[in-house]
Design a protein around this ligand. Structure first.
Ligand code: NAD
Length: 374
């Protein structure tokens, strides 16, 4: 089979779906690889590197025309150029873009979206692109916070005196939050973590960070995710956090609830209690919400009180080589299963494949996407 790599069309996206290393690994499995010219350039992977790995660099039209499998991160804006029967693999977001899912179905494209992966299946872990990218985002969130903070993260003992380490609070300790905790600790900050899920509290403790207790009932939902808290629980959480947050210099928030809005964890009250020079990084920031009151995606706001609020956008894209490398490994793990002898063999009885295949044979076959449409 022939695998094609498209250059990302989304605005400031710097990642690429396959690295030269990934291309080389596919070549070893007797798979041909076509790469759109310049596809990796914003992640510092040159056309020449792909060629060195045995791939052929071609135009976008040729990638569409000659590939059996198309690899991407975001859905390509010209996805209509794909042919019936072609397999498109990416993070397509079909649960939030139902229109795209329907268009892919009627175009006869077989679409696989890695954001539908059953994450708790151990067989699926090597393909888990949400995890690999959240890990990059959590790392970068800690670096952004350190860069914007007016003090040092570590305690430094110098001839000019000893500095106090920064007090960092991480709210939401899933994949991104745990990596933010680990990174801030490596920089020498005193780190505290908080999450509503019971298991996440143990995860925080295992990193060596302190665990914040705000006396809210455990908020475990399905599939290892959190649930939306009830109004009373949310109010109790808000009160506990309002009291705790002002003693921190840096707050990094990563809290998400599947299928719902991100919970508001840092209120105007909490912000009002924080010292000038404090920094917040909101990884859940969206145009209509986020974990931090007043956060705006891709924007750094300094309030009148001297508090910096960084609304993170697509942070994984800002560490493009590492993020692309991890994503390419996720795709390779998937392709190795899909193409056991170099040709694509779909098996919708397989639990991993059944979960990630969105459209096939002109139909929307995915139960979760179908349920979202109904
Ligand atoms: P996520 O992005 O959905 O949410 C981030 C964190 O926010 C979660 O830990 C969640 O509990 C927390 N949160 C939600 N509401 C909150 C609130 N009101 N207050 C405080 N925290 C709140 O989560 P994720 O990073 O995608 O991970 C979700 C789960 O999936 C975790 O249990 C993770 O370990 C699990 N997971 C498992 C595997 C695996 O088994 N291989 C792989 C990846 C992820």
């Amino acid at each position: 089979a022939t695998v094609g790599v498209l250059r990302e069309t989304a605005g400031r996206e710097r990642r690429v779906a396959l690295t030269p290393d990934g291309a080389g690994r596919l070549r070893k499995q007797d798979v041909s690889v076509l790469v759109e010219a310049g596809a990796g350039s914003r992640a510092w992977f040159g056309d020449i590197d792909y060629e060195g790995a045995g791939a052929v660099v071609v135009t976008r039209e040729q990638v569409y025309a000659e590939s059996d499998v198309l690899l991407c991160l975001h859905p390509p804006e010209d996805v209509v150029a794909a042919r019936p029967g072609q397999l498109l693999v990416g993070l397509l977001g079909p649960l939030t873009d139902l229109d795209l899912a329907q268009r892919l179905a009627s175009a006869g494209i077989t679409a696989i979206s890695l954001d539908l992966l059953p994450r708790t299946l151990s067989r699926a872990q090597s393909m888990d692109a949400l995890t690999s990218q959240a890990n990059v985002a959590g790392y970068k969130a800690a670096l952004l916070a350190a860069e914007a903070y007016a003090g040092f993260f570590p305690m430094l003992m110098t001839a000019a005196g000893t500095t106090r380490p920064a007090q960092v609070l991480v709210l939401g300790a899933g994949v991104a939050g745990l990596q933010a905790i680990a990174t801030a600790r490596r920089l020498g900050a005193l780190v505290t973590g908080y999450d509503v899920r019971e298991a996440a509290r143990a995860d925080i403790a295992s990193t060596g960070a302190a665990v914040l207790d705000v006396s809210v009932p455990r908020g475990d939902g399905e599939g290892g995710y959190a649930r939306t808290l009830s109004e009373d629980e949310g109010a109790a959480q808000q009160q506990g956090l309002d009291a705790a947050i002002p003693r921190f210099d840096v707050v990094i928030t990563t809290a998400q609830v599947p299928g719902g809005p991100a919970p508001r964890l840092v209120s105007g009250n909490a912000l009002a209690g924080m010292r000038p020079g404090s920094v917040l990084v909101d990884l859940a920031s969206t145009v209509d919400g986020g974990n931090v009151e007043g956060s705006i995606p891709d924007t750094r706001v300094v309030t009148d009180a001297g508090i910096t609020i960084i609304g993170a956008g697509n942070l994984a894209s800002t560490v493009p080589a590492a993020a692309s490398t991890a994503y390419a490994r996720n795709l390779l793990a998937l392709l190795t299963q899909l193409m056991p002898r170099g040709e694509v063999v779909l098996d919708l009885d397989d639990d991993v494949q059944a979960a990630v295949v969105v459209t096939h044979g002109g139909r929307l076959v995915n139960p979760r996407v179908r349920a979202a449409l109904a």
